[in-house]
Ligand binder design. Structure first.
Ligand code: COA
Length: 161
């Protein structure tokens, strides 16, 4: 049986930590769908289309990875796509409580879907999209944390903000 894993997130913007996780997942699963959430609870800095476009550019060339936007309940999206696994990254203990709640709720809603966790490489353990946005906004260098295309998009977006 072919296993499809869905890696959901806001990706506002996609960072090297997210990319690291996708590369790891692509080696483990037959098909990986990076699911970019519209996420109305977070008021993202980039529109859904912009976040999807950035993910496309950054992840270009990994042949079993697909990028897709979604605006529905995650478990509905997972079922629609015939996937079996929700994939999340765990960077530190501080991520655990939220992830525990999310995984528990998703299991309640769809008991057959499993949530699996992967750890990003150590050097990405402290990266988050909001920190990257803040550093860019204040004129700091984000080259180490994001793809050059994302860096350019951040500079463009933060100009004059
Ligand atoms: N490397 C670096 N940073 C990472 C990372 C990694 N491997 N994994 C996560 N992060 C960071 C992100 O940059 C983000 O940082 P920020 O909060 O500073 O912006 C943070 O960790 C969490 O972001 P992300 O992984 O994108 O997840 P999220 O919490 O934004 O996404 C959804 C949550 C989209 C999965 C969830 O809201 C959802 O499922 N929504 C769909 C609607 C739904 O079904 N809701 C009910 C759920 S029960």
């Amino acid at each position: 049986m072919k296993i499809t894993a869905i890696y959901p997130g806001t990706f506002d913007p996609i960072t090297n930590g997210h990319t690291d996780l996708v590369h790891r997942a692509a080696q483990l699963f037959d098909h990986v769908i990076v699911a970019v959430a519209a996420n109305t609870t977070k008021t993202p800095a980039f529109s859904l289309d912009e976040r999807v476009e950035m993910a496309h550019t950054v992840l270009d060339g990994i042949k079993n990875v697909e990028i897709c936007g979604f605006d529905s309940l995650l478990v509905h999206f997972v079922t629609e796509r015939g996937a079996q696994v929700i994939l999340r990254g765990l960077r530190a203990v501080s991520d655990f409580e939220y992830e525990f709640q999310l995984a528990g709720m998703n299991r309640k809603l769809a008991p057959k879907i499993e949530t699996l966790f992967l750890m990003p490489a150590e050097q990405y353990a402290y990266i988050s999209s909001s920190l990257v946005r803040e550093i860019a906004r204040l004129g700091g260098d984000v080259s180490e944390f994001v793809h050059p295309h994302v860096k350019a998009a951040l500079q463009e977006r933060m100009r004059g903000v």
